[in-house]
Design a protein around this ligand. Structure first.
Ligand SMILES: *Cc1c(COP(=O)(O)O)cnc(C)c1O
Length: 340
């Protein structure tokens, strides 16, 4: 080691040295454990396997030019994971425990943090599962919280290039008042048929509609949606989308750049009027949309006529990454430095 080709890293799993774990038993979280075991040994009747008691997070650590290691807004991931856990009746992980375990997982795997300038980062994946056996539908009494890390290349290896997405009316990823606002595996299972079909049909992902009326835009598979027009950043308000930390950050960057921000229902037809549109999330950072195809109405909404990312989303892309890597002042206190 290191025989990793930092410039050619895929967005996938690479084995690292350690992962960190903590068990919830008898009503409390125990000691943090460190292991090099990539496997978990759980009861076949564990609630996670039958009733989907599982939630997760995704965040990244970056090596700066100054050598420091920064994790982007881990406090927000910690808070969201508490909401997700409580939403499916799992034991919430205290914020301090979450941050301590993030720091530990990053530190123990320091040699896997991609160097500055490669465009790669260390992806951090916290997950919680219900592990005690249950056959009737009831929350587990015991939980396992794990954090593993893996070095990842850019989500789009072809670079910051516009992609095409598709709207289908026959799929929802979440119900109107269901679990759409929680980061739970069940939503991904629910959305997988639509997402696979989109890939098969040559689209990068699905743009889901609001599940009640199918009139408004919800979000893209694992990323939030936003549109830009008249110097305004517009993003959907809905009870079935996951509040993205990247989206929250872009809203602030838009304000910093002198733009207005609107968080409101966006009717599908409004796609006609956007000067730029994009998806955003930790994995992809932000990706421009060139075209949205409404499959049921055979209608194409063309956003970019020359297939070149627009100026606003390009600025977002560079600013966000500059803050994450310490190349721009972190005026909002978003980065958390891991002491090595
Ligand atoms: C994780 C996730 C996002 C992106 O959230 P970030 O906090 O920006 O990474 C968007 N939509 C869904 C459904 C997600 O699970």
């Amino acid at each position: 080691m290191n025989d990793i080709n930092w410039d050619k890293l895929p967005f996938g799993y690479v084995k690292t040295d350690y992962n960190v774990r903590c068990y919830y038993r008898d009503g409390k979280w125990g000691e943090i454990e460190v292991t090099d075991n990539e496997f978990i040994n759980i009861h076949m009747a564990a609630t996670t396997l039958h009733y989907g008691q599982e939630c997760f997070e995704g965040l990244k650590a970056f090596r700066g030019k100054d050598g420091k290691v920064r994790v982007f807004r881990p406090d927000e991931n910690a808070k969201r994971m508490i909401r997700s856990a409580e939403g499916i009746k799992m034991a919430p992980i205290p914020q301090e425990l979450f941050i301590e375990m993030v720091d530990k997982a990053v530190k123990l795997n320091e040699r896997f943090i991609p160097p500055y300038g490669t465009g790669s980062s260390l992806y951090i994946r916290p997950l919680e599962i219900g592990i005690s056996p249950q056959v009737g539908v009831k929350p587990a009494s015991e939980y396992l919280f794990i954090i593993f890390v893996t070095p990842v290349g850019p989500y789009f290896p072809e670079g910051f290039k516009p992609t095409r997405v598709v709207i289908y009316r026959e799929y929802d990823r979440a119900a109107p008042k269901g679990t759409g606002t929680l980061k739970v595996g069940g939503n991904y299972a629910g959305g997988m048929a639509a997402t696979s079909r989109a890939h098969d049909e040559g689209f990068s992902t699905v743009l889901f509609l609001d599940p009640r009326e199918k009139k408004f835009l919800d979000e893209c598979g694992p990323a939030n949606f936003f549109g830009i027009k008249n110097n305004t950043y517009i993003t959907p308000k809905s009870n079935s989308i996951l509040p993205s930390i990247t989206n929250m950050s872009l809203q602030q960057l838009a304000l910093d750049m002198g733009m207005k921000v609107e968080c409101r229902p966006i009717p599908i037809e409004e796609l006609e009027t956007f000067e730029e549109a994009g998806e955003c999330g930790t994995a992809a950072v932000t990706a421009p949309l060139s075209e949205i195809y409404d499959m049921d109405n055979h209608k194409t909404y063309t956003i970019l006529h020359d297939d070149k990312p627009g100026p606003v989303i390009t600025e977002f892309y560079h600013r966000l990454q500059a803050i994450q890597r310490g190349d721009m002042p972190d005026v909002h206190g978003w980065t958390h430095i891991v002491e090595m």
